[in-house]
Write a protein that binds this ligand. Sequence first.
Ligand SMILES: Cc1ncc(COP(=O)(O)O)c(C=O)c1O
Length: 389
Amino acid sequence: MKISRRSRVPTFAVMDILAEAKARAQAGESIVSLCVGEPVTGASEVVRSRATELLAEGDLGYTEALGAPALRIALAQHYHRWYGATVDSGSIAVTTGSSGGFLLAFLAAFDVGDRVALARPGYPAYKNILIALGCEVVEIDCGPQQGYRLDAAALSAASAAGPLAGLIVASPANPTGTMMSHAELAEIARWCADHQVRLVSDEIYHGIVYDQASWPGASAVEETASGAIVVSSFSKYWSMTGWRLGWLVLPDDLVPVVDALAGNVTLCPPALAQYAAIAALGEEGYAAAAADVAGYGAARDVVLAALPRLGWRQVAPPDGAFYLYADITASGMSSPEYCSRLLAEAGVALTPGTDFDSVHGQDWVRVSLAAGASNVQEACARIEKWQRG
Ligand SMILES: Cc1ncc(COP(=O)(O)O)c(C=O)c1O
């Protein structure tokens, strides 16, 4: 029987590393896993107890396709709290994780054959969802040679081969942790508006930022007036990965489009997660998330202090998110070999850069700081020892 060509998207090398790390741990080996971008803390107490109450109350039927009005209002208030922005709750679409948000946003904004640009290295799902939807992905190198930056000149160069319909940006970025300043994001947004390019800004790591001067991160929320889409999630800052809850802030023209698509594709996001997430947007929820960020900051300090001894040639500026992206060319190994041997010989699981960059990724590995400072400390000690042979 037929299997569609569009469904042939790659799986991730990290899944193999993860499976092997789990198998080794189950077999009794001591494994430090720094390969997954998932906070170990889990949802805050206030969210979990609200979910327990909701289960006891029992009414968890479908909500509106764009999400429960009370959560959309709480999210609009969140934009005022963090960015001083006035957002109409009617322009917010609650989604099944930001992943579900990407699918809806790309379906709403792009047609088969449209050229959509994104940074390389980058979060692989953007590219793979776009491919599955029949779009042409235009990758723009944003490694050390480009100062890890996407700018108007790079966008003009990328559009020389044909007009772009869209641009996906992420700040803080996965896997590098690098961030765009307000001025840099504004320049990109202006270029997009001038060239009729739909800007999609992934702000899932907002709040996980290590320099208070750039906290919580530059948002494209004010740019929705000129067509931009903001994507975010409860997964990272609020440590609610498995609750599968994210959201979009949409320009006016896309609200009815996403409403119709969401109603058909998912009916609605998970009701239990939606109602419980309102508690994440209260004082206790924000306080618990801020405490987690302090923990990632401590883990980041541990790696930065260990850097001279880790044998890594250079690292991308880890300004935000909970990742550090390091150049391992000095090891003489490709990143898949480096990660596989590091796991087998030292019991440390990292992610090979090939998951994020099909061109230069063999030279890089991603370290997740989400496992906390003590795990990161142990991993650094093991890597140092392993490197010395
Ligand atoms: C940059 C980025 N965007 C989006 C996602 C998807 O997250 P979720 O679907 O849990 O909101 C991830 C997950 O790792 C990510 O790193």
